[in-house]
Design a protein around this ligand. Structure first.
Ligand SMILES: Cc1ncc(COP(=O)(O)O)c(C=O)c1O
Length: 315
């Protein structure tokens, strides 16, 4: 029975989530800079750190009785969260409906469908992710969530999200020798960055915290969203989980530099990621040059480049 889900049961695929490796960048960081360490979250079962939040939301919802096996879960998604929710739903005997758009990569739609999800595609018109498009997707998801026997996963509000990412921070503290000076990562909801930071703090470490966004959608640095092509981040509204009081800095990075970095990373370091990973590493290298040798920066490889093979990044 799905509700008997047990984290210590090695026969359950959900236990393959987390405990990902971390690596130091060797070639793309100049010698007179700080070390940059990258947590390889693309090695989670669906190729994304979102698996951590999906298992946290759905296992807690089942435990509380907010959803029962056989019932439907709904969410609007650019596909990474959706794929993780579809995967976890499949294992836990739940149905999943994703409100998606053709502005996001087709392979993400196919992954959700492979895990048995129903995918409703909203036409973007120009292929860009824009605040208006996100609003239309949201309205559709809210409408579907009204149906009886439907659980709204609530990737922008669920209290289980940050908890799901705490393990990420705790793992890093165990993996990297000595102090981590800076933790930086791009924000969509801000759940991964704040949850990871909370894991650091629970392990007794408080690095500087730096949030990142695309220059083309600078809501945090300039108060204004815009259309861009970095999937999963720069959603055009304030990231709901971002606790600005805890931030030491916010940086906006040009998406073209992020996409160039994706291609360089795969060829030079063997790290194969999506646009948000490229953006994270551009910023981490920029910070590494500023703070100099003897310091350590950690950032995240948010997801696996395989998800973007059909997209503009790699074709
Ligand atoms: C590829 C990718 N990178 C980064 C993010 C941002 O993560 P968060 O919403 O936890 O801030 C997302 C979220 O959907 C994503 O899909």
């Amino acid at each position: 029975m799905a509700t008997d889900f047990n984290l210590n049961d090695r026969s359950n695929l959900l236990n393959a989530i987390g405990e990902t490796p971390i690596v130091k960048l060797n070639k793309v960081v100049p010698y007179n800079a700080a070390e940059v360490w990258v947590k390889l979250e693309g090695l989670n079962p669906t190729g994304s750190y979102k698996d951590r939040m999906a298992v946290s939301i759905l296992s807690n919802a089942l435990m509380r009785g907010d959803v029962k096996p056989g019932e439907n879960v709904v969410e609007y998604t650019g596909g990474s969260t959706g794929t993780s929710l579809a995967f976890v739903s499949a294992v836990l005997d739940l149905k999943f409906t994703a409100v998606f758009s053709d502005a996001f990569s087709k392979t993400k739609q196919q992954s959700m469908e492979a895990f048995g999800a129903e995918v409703i595609v909203i036409e973007s018109g120009d292929g860009n992710i824009s605040p208006n498009l996100i609003q239309i997707m949201k309205n559709k998801a809210y409408e579907l969530a009204e149906k009886p026997g439907t659980f709204y996963a609530d990737q922008f509000g669920s209290p289980d999200i940050k908890k799901g990412y705490e393990s990420l921070g705790m793992e890093i503290v165990n993996q990297v020798e000595g102090e981590v000076d800076v933790l930086c990562s791009a924000v969509g909801t801000g759940g991964a960055l704040m949850g990871t930071y909370s894991g650091f703090v629970k392990s007794g470490m408080q690095p500087q915290l730096i949030a990142l966004e695309p220059l083309q959608s600078p809501i945090l640095t300039k108060g204004k969203g815009g259309s861009h092509k970095v999937e999963g981040i720069g959603l055009g509204f304030e990231p709901p989980f971002l606790d600005k009081e805890k931030l030491d800095d916010v940086r906006a990075i040009d998406q073209e530099k992020a996409f160039d970095m994706c291609r360089i990373l795969a060829k030079e370091e063997g790290i194969f990621g999506g646009g948000s990973t490229g953006l994270n590493i551009c910023a981490a290298i920029e910070i590494a040059k500023e703070i100099g040798p003897g310091k350590k920066i950690v950032t995240l490889n948010c997801d696996n480049g395989l998800k973007y093979l059909g997209s503009h990044i790699y074709s």
